[in-house]
Design a binder for this molecule. Structure first.
Ligand code: EPZ
Length: 421
């Protein structure tokens, strides 16, 4: 079923919406429900394709999973398999996050090699190097599978070559039942790491340091972990995406349920582009300018730097800004695929490797465009909101992976947008 979003541009977005729970927090936490062999009640889960796939995997290995609105209940007492089928690894690379918890609890795990995706090769060398150091025997990928075995994982001191989010999470989960303490140095500091730590603390794991570059986990080889109820943090990238929608349409939007310190880099850049932004407690109000101002240079960086997951959205806003901007993508190799679609809408952007030079134009014009990845697809929707005429964004399955009911939320703010199946 190929579906599209049809957008008639030119509406100033107005009103308020609530931002859903974080995709990149709920995915590792759903994998972590394997650890306690008990009951896990996870609240404020976003309704996303990627969450559905995680639930399928949990059921595949024997968990009983039910959903009540945005609450997912996982009973992992009935896990009866340590194999994550290859199909899931291909469909969703972040299924690699099952490696740590399954290995930690059962001493072995077989998982499809995630392979790359559209934004880059997405290697897992940092994950495997750390697990090997903890005592895991890893057979190289055969027929697309990675076979891991560890009689007993040993806690140890791990220095990450790069503050990889997924590697930090996998090591945290593998360390839970290891013998001895694990230190992860040069750890990723993203808020999603902190949410995962809070979940583990709720299970009874002695862990600290998440949000800093050193995370310390006291391995508890045979500890019985507790049942848990946990509320997922708000999605900082979804929040940023709707903020850019307001910025591009000269809108007046209030976002509810946000965590201000998680979006400070995005707020800072949008203020530099001329947006008026007021933040109080868990609410943010943004007023877009008549036309955004160019920003000299933005580099995407690991948290708390400007998020790579906001790169496509900010470039799209700068495409209609007054002046020329430069955006450098330092995290992924190939995260500008949406640019060629923007060029078809009249943007003036030059790409040189990981550098985009964006010469703002007065107006984009509506066109037929195709989403190629999650955030690039969302950026094309933003372009359609500001463009003259009608824009059709196809292949929106990419967008549905990371945004809950995007067209309903934008329509709630006055956008002329509909889903065509
Ligand atoms: C997480 O991906 C997020 N996904 C990504 O969000 C996000 O862009 C990324 O972190 C960076 O913030 C989830 O949390 C599910 P990384 P992850 O490991 O863990 C290289 C979205 O749009 N690397 O921090 O895969 C890698 O190639 C998605 O919501 C290695 O070289 O990101 C990349 O260049 C997209 N070897 C860089 O590190 C490894 O073993 C950052 O990757 C692992 C990573």
């Amino acid at each position: 079923m190929v579906s599209s979003l049809v957008i008639t541009g030119g509406q100033k977005l107005k009103g308020e919406i609530r931002v859903e729970g974080s995709k990149n927090a709920v995915l590792p936490i759903l994998a972590a429900t394997v650890l306690n062999g008990g009951l896990n009640v996870i609240k404020n889960c976003p309704g996303l394709k990627d969450v559905e796939i995680m639930i399928e995997i949990l059921r595949e290995i024997g968990c009983v999973v039910s959903k009540e609105g945005s609450t997912i209940i996982v009973d992992s007492s009935s896990v009866n398999s340590t194999i994550v089928p290859e199909a899931y690894a291909i469909e969703m690379r972040s299924s690699i996050i099952f490696l740590g918890p399954i290995l930690s609890r059962f001493g072995k795990a077989t998982i499809g090699h995630p392979g790359g995706c559209d934004i880059g090769p997405r290697p897992i060398d940092l994950h495997l190097k750390a697990l090997k150091k903890m005592g895991t025997k890893i057979q190289d990928a055969q027929r697309g599978f990675i076979y891991c075995e560890a009689d007993k994982l040993k806690g140890c001191d791990i220095q990450l070559d790069y503050p990889s989010v997924g590697a930090t999470e996998n090591i945290m989960l593998a360390a839970v039942f290891a013998e001895g303490d694990t230190y992860i140095r040069n750890a990723a500091k993203e808020p999603e790491i902190v949410d995962l730590q809070n979940f583990l603390i709720g299970l009874g794991v002695n862990i600290s340091g998440a949000g800093t570059s050193v995370v310390h986990i006291e391995g508890a080889a045979n500890k019985k972990l507790k049942n848990i109820e946990h509320v997922i943090i708000s999605d900082r990238i979804t929040a940023g995406t709707y903020m850019v929608a307001a910025a591009m349409t000269g809108g007046d939007v209030t976002l509810k349920g946000i965590v201000p310190e998680h979006i400070s880099a995005t707020v800072s850049s949008l203020r530099e582009a001329g947006c008026r932004i007021n933040v109080k407690r868990n609410e943010l109000h943004i007023s877009g300018p008549a036309r955004p101002k160019a920003i000299d240079i933005i580099r995407t960086l690991p948290y708390p730097g400007f998020p790579t997951d906001m790169q496509a959205q900010i470039v799209t806003m700068l495409a209609i800004a007054r002046g020329t901007s430069i955006v450098v993508e330092t995290v992924f190799e190939n995260r500008f695929m949406y640019v060629e679609e923007l060029l078809r809408m009249g943007a003036n952007i030059k790409l040189e490797g990981r550098i985009a030079v964006i010469k703002g134009v007065k107006k984009l014009t509506g066109a037929q465009v195709a989403a190629r990845d999650l955030r690039g697809g969302a950026a094309l929707v933003l372009a359609g909101l500001a463009a003259e005429g009608v824009t059709t964004v196809s292949s929106i399955k990419h967008i549905d992976r990371g945004y809950e009911n995007i067209e309903e939320k934008l329509a709630q703010l006055g956008a002329l947008i509909r889903r065509e199946v």
